[in-house]
Write a protein of this length. Structure first.
Length: 263
């Protein structure tokens, strides 16, 4: 084989089959890790009381008896709060990008909000609001919205000056400038923010329901803790993990379509 052929072969894009095999190999490793963890857990359960490390048969028995409506309540709360947080975050980021003075006023407040621990926001919501649903909505929004805002604003600022100047040379309207240049540039950051906030929202809503709600998975965890049921706590934990993994699927699908050029 000539040197030119070797270079062409080396520079050739990775084939679909190779990429698929790589993903399968990663999936195989993940499955093996989970199986080893499950086996180790089961072995430990043989030498410990059920109220410390319950066996898988006990955990699965608890999962069958879980209340489905608690899952529905938590999922609806998370989706509603994330959609509103995303809208507010994108709107705030665009306004701050278009007005440096507005950014100078709002940025310190955003940093202040993000510096407050989640548990403090939960306590504030419990003390400020009597309506449980609005209380949880407030907690999720105040925690997730700044993440969207900061990520989108940083992405907007990351648009190269050459591209901005070229776009402005065509004398676009402000709406065209935003729709044709800025919004496509922030797609990777938006998808990353969704991945982060999905995980964050699941954790935050669980804590919020644990402290100040009478429904949802967090409330069910509180009941399980009061009954000293480790198996039920572990069952609800598996449900939370499954919810997060399922929520990542549409985001990953959108990412594969919108960012196809990165593959």
């Amino acid at each position: 084989m000539s040197r030119v052929s070797e270079v062409e072969e080396w520079a050739k894009p990775e084939s679909v089959a190779a990429k698929t095999l790589g993903r399968l190999r990663l999936g195989k490793e993940a499955i093996i890790s989970l199986i080893l963890f499950g086996v180790a857990w089961q072995i430990v359960s043989f030498f410990t009381p059920p109220y410390i490390v319950p066996g898988w048969q006990v955990i699965f028995d608890k999962m069958i008896r879980l209340q489905p409506h608690q899952i529905y309540v938590t999922v609806v709360r998370v989706i509603l709060a994330l959609v509103v947080s995303f809208g507010l975050g994108v709107l705030g980021a665009v306004l701050m990008y278009l007005s440096r003075r507005l950014e100078n006023y709002i940025s310190p407040l955003v940093k202040l909000v993000m510096a407050v621990p989640v548990i403090c926001w939960i306590l504030f919501a419990v003390l400020w609001f009597s309506a449980v649903e609005f209380r949880i909505f407030f907690i999720l929004t105040i925690v997730c919205c700044p993440v969207f805002l900061v990520d989108v604003l940083d992405a907007l600022k990351g648009v190269p000056k050459d591209l901005r100047d070229m776009m402005l040379s065509f004398r676009p309207t402000r709406l065209q400038y935003i729709r044709k240049l800025l919004l496509p540039a922030v797609v990777p950051a938006v998808l990353t923010s969704w991945k982060i906030n999905l995980s964050l929202a699941i954790r935050v809503v669980t804590i919020a329901e644990l402290v100040g709600a009478v429904s949802g998975i967090g409330f069910a965890l509180n009941i399980a803790q009061a009954n000293f049921s480790v198996a039920e706590v572990f069952a609800w934990t598996i449900v939370l993990i499954a919810i997060l993994l399922a929520a990542q699927v549409p985001v990953s699908w959108v990412e594969s379509k919108a960012l196809r050029w990165r593959l």
